[in-house]
Design a protein around this ligand. Structure first.
Ligand code: FE2
Ligand code: FE2
Length: 203
């Protein structure tokens, strides 16, 4: 799906459906991180007006998702605690510092945008997996929400890739780097799946 090279293990779907409350709690944290990451990137590059406008628009959408998940948690009597360490995002950032096939150090802006794209792609894939796995008539509100988010995250993926291409005059380099980071992301997802059976969006 999108640029992902490693599909999610079907066992993840069973864990997610087995504990939708835990999934929703992790999901809320993901939306807040998506918003704050977009805002921090925009704040670091105020000279890039197109990037600032695109990322602040994206952050507004992520905050809207966050509020909606928080409301769903409240209606289920679930409490959102402090966010746990995000092993997935941390591993992605570490992987971006590994040796690259790109000659010269890849720009940190391009890498941050492409990591954002990969996170969106994985969210998109997993929301669709949940929608497809929910039995007909079960959790209709969640199904409708995740169907909407699936399309939204696909659009966010495209926004990040487009911004990465606009940030450099070498579009082929961006494609090569995205493919390289996607390989690493696939490895990270497989490793995390072996380490944990928690219902998390990216673990
Ligand atoms: Fe979102
Ligand atoms: Fe998103």
């Amino acid at each position: 799906m999108l640029c992902l090279v490693s599909p999610t293990d079907p066992a993840w779907v069973a864990h997610a459906l087995g504990d939708l409350g835990a999934l929703l709690i992790d999901h809320a944290h993901c939306e807040m991180k998506a918003a704050s990451n977009a805002l921090s990137l925009a704040a670091r590059h105020p000279e890039r007006v197109d990037l600032v406008l695109a990322l602040t628009d994206l952050a507004k959408e992520e905050l809207d998702h966050y509020q909606r998940v928080v409301r769903m948690l409240a209606s289920r009597g679930l409490v959102l605690g402090t966010p746990p360490v995000d092993e997935y995002a941390a591993a992605l950032r570490r992987a971006a510092h590994e040796k690259s096939v790109i000659p010269g150090p890849p720009s940190s802006l391009v890498d941050r945008l492409l990591i954002g794209a990969l996170i969106e792609a994985r969210s998109c894939e997993r929301f669709k997996l949940v929608v497809d796995a929910l039995p007909e008539g079960v959790e209709p509100e969640l199904r409708a929400f995740y169907t909407e988010l699936f399309a939204c995250e696909a659009r966010h993926f495209r926004t990040y890739v487009d911004l990465a291409k606009a940030a450099t005059d070498d579009e082929r380099m961006v494609d090569t780097r995205l493919a390289e980071l996607a390989e690493k992301e696939g490895r990270i997802v497989r490793d995390l799946a072996e380490q944990s059976t928690r219902a998390t969006v990216h673990g």
